[in-house]
Design a protein around this ligand. Structure first.
Ligand code: ZN
Length: 134
């Protein structure tokens, strides 16, 4: 598997506006983009920090996975996204290794990237997202 870096760190937040304001005020970083991804039932705000990004994620629909996460754990680090060059090849390799995948095939994420999530059961309770940019 060819991992090119950390694409972003995903942080689940209950109140996206308040979280954006807090990061801008406390850390002095500016929100670059806000986007709603219907397929994932999320709304996100992205901050560029050096070679990587912080992605604040909140639920955009009742019963979404993020809504469930927030209800169980509250605000906090949700996932780590790794930048890969051949997401389909990565998923095939992981399947061959017997890794439990949430997405067996890539789907469209924010900024038109192809993304897929691994099950936290497979990676030491860490939710890992793979992302390939076009
Ligand atoms: Zn993400």
């Amino acid at each position: 598997m060819n991992i090119a870096g950390v694409e972003h760190i995903g942080i689940a937040v209950r109140d996206l506006d308040a979280a954006v304001e807090r990061l801008e005020t406390v850390l002095g970083i500016k929100c670059k983009t806000r986007e709603r991804v219907e397929s994932s039932k999320v709304e996100m705000a992205v901050f560029e920090v050096g070679n990587t990004k912080i992605e604040l994620v909140t639920s955009a629909a009742e019963g979404s996975p993020i809504a469930k996460f927030l209800a169980e754990r509250g605000n906090g680090i949700h996932h780590i996204c790794l930048k890969v060059r051949d997401i389909k090849g990565c998923l095939e390799e992981l399947t061959e290794k017997g890794v439990d995948l949430i997405d067996k095939t890539p789907r469209q994420g924010a900024s038109g990237h192809a993304i897929a999530f691994l099950s936290p059961k497979s990676v030491f309770s860490i939710l890992v997202e793979l992302s390939e940019s076009k």
